[in-house]
Design a protein around this ligand. Structure first.
Ligand code: FAD
Length: 375
């Protein structure tokens, strides 16, 4: 799957052994592997947001972790908007406070605060009726949202749309997803094997034997399948009823008059990233190819024009696609053992809220897997 920032990780193989720099001192490894038949305690397949957040939280809990990634870490990552109030009605994400706290705490643990442009997200109302909804939302969540009427909004956010006023989402922002994932894996001090697929596995009472595409066999106490779209057609995950929704984003050069813009979210979104703007996104439920298309680029620019009326004919420097993975019939991610299994877990279904859901559900998965929370 293509994705913005793909390939930005230059190194081919990351091996970080425990060294004097290892922030996790040995005595915290409460689950040292006394039995050397195990290659690692927990093997994670997939180094996207799910796999890398799980890796960090499990390491924090003292587990040995290894990550195997089919491409490069962050192969399937996306635009980087951290927006706790989503959609036309600015509905809060599930577990709002917990999710925002988990994201901020995970940033801190990974020493990645500097990567987060966390001064907020501007959600301009697109109509009078949306302004009414937004004002109501601001009253419901005064700790997170500020309603700004037109004049105040214009002073702060022009040349973005301000005619109907809008919501200032104070605990939102933007982050480069590949950089975040790199920071998570670095802080976790785990071995990551890129360009390697988990092909099959066999489970018995005490362990999971995992076969990689190069024929290597690894042995672990637990296997976590954090495969993103790679899990959608996998027979072992069929009872989760996963499905994918393709999305395209584009990157354009930032026009001079928009240089100090905050992240914007409306019918689409605009996320500043260095001297470019990442603009998204499409939602394609039926797709046969993953390549970006010109039609999708036009659609994205049209939506962006409603948020940023002065953005006319920007220079497009990149178009990229990814696939959001959802579990049918659920608005929440999946982070639990496969049915009938104690040792093989699925961590997937993050949908369009990967940045806010991955840290929270990684923490929950970790607590449950390590026995802190009853299964
Ligand atoms: C266009 C677009 C824009 C988005 N924008 C945002 C946004 O602004 N903010 C936000 O919060 N979310 C956003 N999302 C959603 C977010 O990207 C996802 O929720 C998140 O990336 C899912 O993470 P994941 O780890 O579950 O899956 P992925 O990121 O897909 O990671 C899965 C990894 O597993 C690897 N893999 C697959 N099969 C195997 C195998 N057999 N063995 C080993 N490795 C394997 C893959 O190569 C991949 O690296 C966007 C999504 C799209 C498509």
């Amino acid at each position: 799957m293509a994705g913005l920032g793909m390939g930005s990780r230059a190194c081919a193989f990351v091996t970080q052994s425990r060294s004097e720099h290892d922030s996790f001192s040995r005595h915290r490894l409460s689950h040292q592997l006394h039995d050397m038949r195990y290659t690692t305690d927990v093997l994670i397949a997939g180094a996207g947001l799910a796999g890398s957040c799980a890796a960090l939280h499990l390491r924090m809990a003292g587990r040995e972790v290894m990550v195997v990634e089919a491409e490069e870490p962050a192969a399937g990552s996306a635009a980087g908007l951290v927006n706790p109030f989503m959609g036309r009605k600015a509905k809060p994400v599930p577990y709002l406070h917990e999710a925002v706290n988990a994201f901020e705490e995970t940033l801190k643990i990974a020493s990645a605060e500097h990567l987060f442009f966390g001064d907020g997200v501007w959600r301009p109302a697109m109509s009078e009726s949306q302004a009414i909804t937004y004002r109501r939302r601001a009253k419901q969540h005064p700790d997170q949202l500020t309603w700004l009427p037109h004049d105040d909004a214009r002073d702060r956010f022009a040349p973005a749309l301000t005619s109907f006023g809008g919501l200032w989402v104070r605990r939102g922002g933007a982050i480069s997803v590949p950089s975040f994932i790199r920071a998570l894996l670095d802080a976790a001090h785990v071995e990551v094997r890129p360009n390697t697929l988990v092909s099959r596995w066999d489970e018995d009472k005490n362990h999971v034997a995992v076969t990689l595409n190069d024929g290597t066999r690894l042995h672990a106490r637990h296997l976590i399948l954090a495969l993103g779209y790679g899990g959608v057609d996998h027979p072992a995950l069929s009872d989760l009823e996963l499905y994918g929704v393709k999305g395209q984003v584009i990157r354009v050069e930032t026009p001079v008059d928009l240089a100090s813009l905050p992240p914007l979210a409306g019918s689409g979104y605009v996320v500043p990233d260095g001297d470019t703007l990442v603009i998204g996104s499409t939602y394609e439920h039926n797709f046969t190819v993953l390549d970006p298309t010109g039609d999708a680029t036009e659609q994205i620019l049209e939506k962006a024009g409603t948020l940023l009326p002065s953005l006319t004919e920007p220079t497009v420097v990149e178009a990229a696609t990814g696939v959001r993975t959802y579990a049918r019939g659920s608005s929440e991610p999946v982070a639990r053992p496969l049915s009938g299994s104690q040792r093989i877990w699925a961590f997937t279904g993050l949908g369009s809220k990967g940045l806010l859901m991955a840290p929270l559900f990684a923490r929950r998965l970790c607590k449950r897997l390590t026995g802190e929370t009853p299964a």
